[in-house]
Design a protein around this ligand. Structure first.
Ligand SMILES: Cc1cc2nc3c(=O)[nH]c(=O)nc-3n(C[C@H](O)[C@H](O)[C@H](O)COP(=O)(O)O)c2cc1C
Length: 240
């Protein structure tokens, strides 16, 4: 029988689910790694304060290099944009382009682009891309990155990146005061050998990707696997 997530939520005890996620269910205390996590959680303290300034203080957002053709006569563009998953199936992804950046105008002209997932070893090249403008130089050359060609869309790639999501824009949304969100369908995903298993799942420990922290400007690797969707009911087959 195929169960939807909604159905499972309706049938399981929500209280038990919440309790085991927070490490206070009887089963959780028998799990050593769960207890370690519980101790870490308690070490944070319980008093809460409002920070002086509000911020999008969510865990690090995956570092992504967007590649897209340049304007006529200009080099191809490579840029850093906040990126987020919109939907798993059909695969849809969103990027946020600031009005002052070349990528925004290019995303309005070209409907196809690639999201290249860099590894932590590429962080210097990544920062070089961020600290330079395509208006003054070819950022591929500056960052020492190799320009490739996407297989299914008309856009350049960063060959060193182990994963390429080849995208086609399906919609956009102006976000005042200075952003435009572009939503795209992932037309094709390619990965280098060894990065994914036979089922097409990313083998995370083999691909040391990293994330960017809004508000502090720091980059972090993602650390270890701590669980999976449906772990509280013994499910390993759910993905979005
Ligand atoms: C953490 C981080 C997040 C960024 N997010 C965005 C973004 O969402 N949209 C954007 O247009 N630029 C973003 N940037 C900045 C651009 O990547 C960068 O300044 C750009 O490459 C400048 O080149 P350009 O003049 O060719 O546009 C971000 C940079 C960093 C380090």
């Amino acid at each position: 029988m195929t169960w939807s997530r909604r159905r499972f939520l309706g049938e399981a005890s929500v209280a038990a689910g919440v309790a085991s996620v927070w490490g206070c269910a009887p089963e959780a205390s028998q799990d050593t790694s769960g207890s370690d996590r519980e101790r870490t959680h308690l070490a944070l303290g319980t008093e809460r304060r409002t920070l002086q300034a509000p911020g999008p203080m969510v865990p690090p957002v995956p570092a992504i290099l967007l590649t897209i053709h340049g304007a006529e006569g200009d080099p191809d563009e490579i840029s850093v944009l906040w990126t987020f998953v919109v939907n798993g199936d059909p695969p849809q992804i969103g990027v946020s382009a600031a009005s002052e950046h070349l990528a925004r105008r290019l995303l309005e002209v070209h409907t196809e682009f690639v999201l290249n997932v860099p590894t932590a070893s590429m962080v210097t090249a990544f920062d070089t891309v961020d600290m330079n403008s395509g208006r003054v130089a070819d950022k591929f050359a500056l960052a020492g990155l190799t320009r490739g060609r996407a297989l299914s869309v008309d856009a350049p790639t960063v060959e060193e990146a182990p994963i390429h999501c080849e995208c086609r824009t399906i919609g956009s949304l102006e976000v005042p005061p200075m952003r435009k969100i572009f939503i795209a369908e992932v037309i094709a995903t390619t990965a280098v050998e060894g990065a994914v298993d036979d089922a097409g799942r990313l083998i995370v420990p083999r691909v040391p990707f990293f994330g960017m922290m809004a508000g502090s400007g720091e980059h972090y690797t993602m650390g270890e696997r701590v669980g999976n969707i449906g772990m509280t009911v013994g499910r390993t087959d759910i993905k979005y």
